[in-house]
Write a protein that binds this ligand. Sequence first.
Ligand code: B3K
Ligand code: ZN
Length: 866
Amino acid sequence: MTTHLRSDYTPFPYDIPTTDLLFDLKPELTTVTLWLEFERKNDEPVPLVLNGEHITLQFISLNNEETPLDPSEYTVTDSTLTLHNPPESGMLHIITTCTPNTNTSLSGLFTTGVHLMTQCEAEGFRRMAYFPDRPDVLSTYTVELIADKAAFPVLLSNGNLIETRDLPNGGHMVTWHDPFPKPSYLFAVVAGQLACLEETITQDGAEKLLQVYVEPHDLPKAQFAMDSLKASIRWDKARFGLPLDLERFMIVATSDFNMGAMENKGLNIFNTKFVLAHPETATDVDFEGVEAVVGHEYFHNWTGNRVTCQDWFQLSLKEGLTVYRDQEFSSDQLAEGLSPDAATSARAVKRIDDVAMLRTAQFMEDAGPMAHPIRPNAYEEINNFYTMTVYEKGAEVVRMYETLLGRDGFRRGMDLYFKRHDGQAVTCDDFRAAMADANQADLTQFGRWYEQAGTPTVRVTSEFDANAQTYTLHFAQSNPPVGIELKEANLIKAPLHIPLRVALLGTDIDTLIELKQANESITFENITAEPTPSLNRNFSAPVSIEYDYSDDQLATLAATDTDAFNRWDAVQQIFARAIVADMLEPVFSHEQFDTFRSLLTDESLSPAYRAQLFTLPSFSYLAQLVSKCEPLDPQKLFAARERASRALSKQLQIEWQSLYSTLEPKTAYAYNGVAAGERALRNLALRHISSAKPDTTTTQYAAADNMTDRIAALTTAIHEGQDEALLNDFYNRFEKEALVIDKWFTAQAANPHDANITATLQKLLAHPAFTNPNPNRLRSLVFAFCNANPAHFHATDGSGYRFWAEQVLAIDAKNPQVASRLARTLEQWRTYAEPYQSLMREALQTVFNAPNLSQDVREIVGKALG
Ligand code: B3K
Ligand code: ZN
């Protein structure tokens, strides 16, 4: 196994000005003809090494000669084609074949239903043609596609459509040209029988064609994606001055996709989950996801495509920045048209969602064996580094520039970044330099955020001097080595530059403190009474704050903090404390219930926000808190969380019931933030009243005019152990809707109260809808059980872990990328108590010892055990 090191970077010795490709597309055997123009960069002769995997060389010649190259002039291995003595410049002509219909990895060219599609990032292009498959080789592509017209009436590639013509014998040929030089990872081809929703827009006086391609029967579900695309285009122009640079922009949906979507230049390919949205089949969360992912991929057109990455270690350059951009877009969309106060609250709701995810999943990653800086220094398999750290922590690092430099300063940095680097492949340091130079700011120390793994802790203590009327805050930051850093001898992790927004409740102090030292203090004057500090407001830095709040102080924050994020966080801390402090008997005091009651019924707080306030911290988040103090007993923790939830049901029953009726929808379903918030709170109320009023779920299920309410009712009902009738009804209603059937699988696989879960799993695995499961279906059942059903996954007999091992291996044989995602489930094994810990290690060992393990899974399991 090879470890790739960031420090090994060297530029590719050749330029590839143009790349011409001819695809003769057939599912069983596709022939790819490549004309590669090369120009050596330096005087010294150097071999030309191209990447290529799982392809068969049919022909190779130089400068379009008919006679093939003599085999002594080149060497082919499993992963390369090397030309030993190429001329200084020339044209390489290579013909290869590949077999899309046996490609189950969904990387490269693969069949999906009756269609053919590609996925090239990170290293899929090399599965179609020999090529310098690395992000810093930019080339201008012209692509000709030939296929049977009846089987593949739609033929798409990047850029602009140049020509379409019919061929004899029922074939046709389409030519595409992408005027923007790009790396191979942004290349795409689609051939299929797809229906298209299209609209035109005018931007800066030029007309642009927008298209969304889906299966014909899905056409009625494509409008929301189109609307999201139009909104994204408007937003990027308004917020960052960035236009759509092509004559047309296409989105194509496929049900067989390893991740969410892919930003191929002008031809985004999407998982159907992030394109299709219709009230009857998609929940509010699905709608939100479509909007965010359509935005994300569109925004990549500038942050990723026009300016791309020098090497894959710089992945966060495009991903962190683009996540930050999509978060801002979603936040603006939620705030649109609301009063200033309501807009602030809507933005807070989005911020809370994003941070809750970061603190749950990214903090966990950052404390485990896969911990890495947002710009990693080493990897075995790059696909394993499309992580929460690179994406979500990366976005927080970008957000900190905005916090430090201000909205306008950040924009100046972005403008300079594009001015300097448009059309280039650059590094995270180039981005930081643009931010610094545009603002005459010193961001040298800030660069450490790119170097250090781990979640920094800021320990805060306070001193109030009543006589001197001073209040002092002491800050101590620390970030001990984690993950791979543990192996580095003499590693010194110097202090970070941390922007911390702090207010003192009870005073008018609200300020941004820039921490730069390991220890520092700040003293506030004229403080007459001891204030309650509100720290890291709006989560201004991705750190873990430790301050010993008294119960009273938490209650003050919960009741009065004007920072909606910290107010939410205070309530979460109250819950977490009760659950973690005494796992046998979590209790809330009368005062705490009074606080809860007044928050739950406070009409000045939006329903969306109240739903977030009363969503208990997730099992995984609590698990992190517990494992800081003791080995984790998942059964004990799960039971404690359940007890806390039941206490909220019981003590606030009247309030839940009254909310449930007052929030009854008065108008037909529409997706918007306000309506979605009302549904979220009402469906939370439903869960809290369902055991007292079991009929409510069945009534809501039957009456629902939308998927949000229907699936909430179904999930609540089956978790309450109600009969199978609803499940059957749901299946029959939506049998033809793959994404809805995914929800049906999840509802059952994640059911914590199914006493016969093993039997249920077996039944679901054998279900006809589970034959040849695609990644979405695997996620709906296998991942849902392993990652979202802690009560059963952590069965004390180890059956959950054995199931995990079987599934990792079975999936790995077909699709290593998906398998290695699942493999990550057990990486926290060392934090567990016995017998869990030993049983997990055994399961990991089983996987590690299996023959023919992919490099993807081997890296994950190896690091976990290592
Ligand atoms: N850039 C792609 C992710 C590619 C993942 C490759 N394993 C989607 C995105 O982040 O927009
Ligand atoms: Zn992305």
